[in-house]
Design a protein around this ligand. Structure first.
Ligand SMILES: Cc1cc2nc3c(=O)[nH]c(=O)nc-3n(C[C@H](O)[C@H](O)[C@H](O)COP(=O)(O)O)c2cc1C
Length: 352
């Protein structure tokens, strides 16, 4: 018997893990005769909470990106209407791994804490905070896990998710996420770094190789509309969340990550260009960095940050233009590990 008449889950999912977790919770809710709705927040414009009779539980399911929730979910929570002590839960799927028989957890960073704080400030009562360590989908960093490993992780975390659902829907509470609070708080500076620059840099490592058929599927499926077709080729804008959907779903495996090329070029340009540009600023006395006040240091950091973004943007613009030349395209493609067969795409398990 559930303590709620209704369950509404808002979810965002790049490659299906967070969606599966939301579906497992919905399965339990339906078994308990709770009226259930799953709402995908891809490309959301307006937030509407369904008006329902009786007691309602609201859930938020999302992956973890850069030790935080992805920007689309943060924006969604930021814009979410005020609540009158309505009960909510937060579930973040993380990068689980498996070493032999050992299941290794991912790291939430501020994903749970920040979301919980936003919801508390808005007047909600947080009843559950649960991380779920489904397989890592970060295939720009590592090849997708093998299907056998994926299957065993899904089996394990389905049980854990359903147990969590039974507890919360039964009227209880569970704050599993708080058990790693010290580690999560220590990761806050990295989460900020990822939010301010990491995600923009990663977005600008995607490109389409010569195999691209210009079918436009990546543009159509992008959950935040970050891919534009420019000169008949997909172009990743700064609003890309690196959710990995485009790369996983490309029917001809044409979407790659320019690992070697980007690292070499960024290193050269940022290490050579930045000191030169800063010296220019000093020279023109554009900003007087010689005073050692916090304001001078802060201004220097902001200028460095903006310049890094501009450099990354410029490199990407030029690279995108040059990709239309097959020789250049091949050079980048063959120096990308993602091109090779051993670099598996991530395949989560579909609903049974
Ligand atoms: C860009 C990116 C950043 C990620 N950052 C983290 C992280 O900080 N901590 C973590 O445990 N997992 C991280 N992951 C792994 C995903 O959160 C995890 O695989 C999640 O289950 C994917 O869910 P989805 O299939 O619903 O998108 C990251 C994945 C990507 C693509």
């Amino acid at each position: 018997m559930s303590a709620y008449q209704n369950l509404v889950i808002f979810y965002f999912s790049g490659t299906g893990n967070a969606k599966r977790a939301a579906e497992w919770i919905a399965e339990i809710a339906e078994r308990m005769n709770v009226n259930t709705q799953l709402i995908n927040i891809d490309r959301f414009r307006k937030i509407e909470i369904p008006k329902l009779e009786g007691r309602t539980l609201i859930g938020f399911c999302s992956p973890t990106h850069g030790f935080n929730l992805p920007p689309i979910m943060l924006k969604f929570l930021w814009k979410f209407p005020q609540g009158k002590q309505t009960d909510v839960f937060i579930l973040n799927t993380r990068a689980g791994m498996k070493l032999s028989k050992l299941f290794l957890p991912g790291l939430s960073g501020v994903a749970q804490i920040y979301a919980a704080l936003m919801l508390i400030v808005k007047g909600y009562s947080v009843r559950g905070m649960q991380p779920i360590d489904l397989p890592s989908n970060w295939i720009s960093l590592h090849p997708g896990l093998k299907q056998k490993v994926v299957a065993s992780m899904f089996e394990r975390y389905e049980k854990i998710t359903k147990k969590f659902a039974e507890r919360i829907l039964g009227g209880g509470s569970k704050y599993k996420a708080l058990s790693s609070l010290p580690v999560d708080l220590a990761l806050a500076p990295i989460a900020l770094g990822y939010y301010m620059i990491g995600r923009f840099a990663i977005a600008k490592t995607f490109y389409a190789g010569n195999a691209c058929t210009k079918c436009g599927l990546c543009e159509k499926q992008c959950p935040v509309g970050a891919i534009k077709m420019i000169q008949g080729r997909p172009y990743w804008t700064f609003s890309c969340e690196s959710c990995m959907r485009c790369m996983n779903n490309c029917p001809v495996r044409a979407i790659q990550v320019s690992q070697t090329f980007s690292i070499v070029v960024w290193y050269l340009l940022i290490s050579l260009f930045m000191p030169w540009a800063l010296r220019k600023f000093y020279g023109f006395n554009f900003i007087n960095f010689n005073t050692n006040t916090w304001l001078a240091n802060f201004s220097e950091d902001i200028i460095l940050w903006l310049m890094s973004l501009v450099v990354i943007w410029m490199i990407y613009k030029v690279t995108h233009y040059c990709l239309k030349f097959p020789i250049f395209n091949n050079l980048i493609t063959y120096t990308s590990f993602t091109k090779y067969k051993f670099w598996r795409r991530y395949r989560g398990l579909k609903a049974r």
